[in-house]
Design a protein around this ligand. Sequence first.
Ligand code: PGA
Length: 249
Amino acid sequence: MPRTKIYAANWKMNNMTTETAAFFAAVGDRCVGVNDREVVVAPAFPYLAQAAVLARGKNIVLAAQNFYPAENGAFTGEVSLAMLADIGVRTVIIGHSERRHIIGETPQQIREKVAFAQKKGFRTIFCIGETLPQRERGELFAVIDHQISTAFDDNLTCPLEGLVIAYEPVWAIGTGINATGSQAQEMHEYIRRFMEQRYGRRDTTILYGGSVKPDNIAELMKMPDIDGVLVGGASLKAGSFMEIVFWDR
Ligand code: PGA
């Protein structure tokens, strides 16, 4: 079975009511009937319910940027998976580098989130990636091995389609410096082999993220092991995001 192609928008802490409405109005019915790729949008929490209504019937999947791995209760400021399911959201991003490096999420917390999302039947977009110093010190593959294995060893119970990996080199996120097609391909091939050898999951969907734009999407998507992209800055407006999603049409 061919791997699903996924084009995911990570709005981070951007886009409010007006921008969310404008985005969905501009996308209109462009994704309706499209079945050779999946389009995902992850708005900030206050706008998820608004987006869920606007995305109805539009063949756009909504994702949350975060959640807290507990059923409910005294967790001030947090959002549960039950709340997300309640508004029709069943996909979550876990392990984004901004949560690892700015918010200080630990590998153990990330592992707990992976376990909890699987237990609740949520699909996970799991992010990994090295910093520039790690790459320069030649620790690239060791960092990736560690990020994957601390999250998944004895902790991978979902079906193949329940897990999507996003390789996002930290030095490429929001910097305008994307990994070249061959740099990304090298890592995607490595991750694919790692997932196969360690977990028997060769056909994991693997996205690239980090300064993806309309003018570099073709180079990236032509690589055999790149199954889609996770886009930040260039996903905020419908125009550039749709150029990325439909780069080959
Ligand atoms: P960027 O962000 O496209 O703005 O580099 C990507 C991401 O962090 O997911």
